[in-house]
Design a protein around this ligand. Structure first.
Ligand SMILES: [Zn+2]
Length: 120
C-alpha cells in the first residue's frame, strides 16, 4: 500500500498546490459533532478554522442530514430548557438506533491519535 502523506494543519502545513477545495489527509484526527465518526480527510478552505473543512464520511446519508438538522435547530434558537433536554434525548435515541456498522470512519495513513480528537 502506498504511504499516505499526512499534513499537520496545526502547523499550517498544506499540500503544495494550495488549491481551494483540494482534499488531503491530516496528522490530526477529527471527530464529527453530529455522528461521532472519526476522519482525517479534509478540504482546503482558506477562511476557516485551521484553513480546512473536515469531511465526515457519513455526510451523504439521510440519517446524517436528519441528525444535523436537529442539532442545528437545537443550537440556533433560544429554546426553553425542558424542550432542549427533550431534544437532546431524541438525538441520543436517534444515534442509538443507527447500527454501528453504518457509522463509517475514514482514517488513512498513521495519524497522531495521542493528540486527542478535534471536534468539527
Ligand atoms: Zn458525521
Amino acid at each position: 500500500m502506498a504511504k499516505v502523506k499526512l499534513y499537520n494543519v496545526e502547523n499550517y502545513e498544506y499540500p503544495r498546490s494550495e488549491k481551494v477545495d483540494s482534499r488531503f489527509r491530516t496528522v490530526q484526527v477529527f471527530e464529527c459533532r453530529i455522528c461521532g465518526s472519526l476522519t482525517n480527510l479534509v478540504e482546503r478552505i482558506n477562511d476557516s478554522w485551521l484553513g480546512v473543512k473536515q469531511i465526515c464520511p457519513n455526510n451523504g446519508a439521510k440519517w446524517h442530514s436528519d441528525l444535523k438538522e436537529k442539532r442545528q435547530w437545537l443550537d440556533s434558537y433560544p429554546h426553553p430548557a425542558t424542550y432542549k433536554s427533550e431534544m437532546r434525548k431524541e438525538i441520543i435515541e436517534m444515534i442509538g438506533e443507527i447500527p454501528d456498522e453504518i457509522i463509517t470512519e475514514d482514517i488513512a495513513g498513521n495519524p497522531d491519535m495521542k493528540k486527542g480528537k478535534l471536534f468539527f
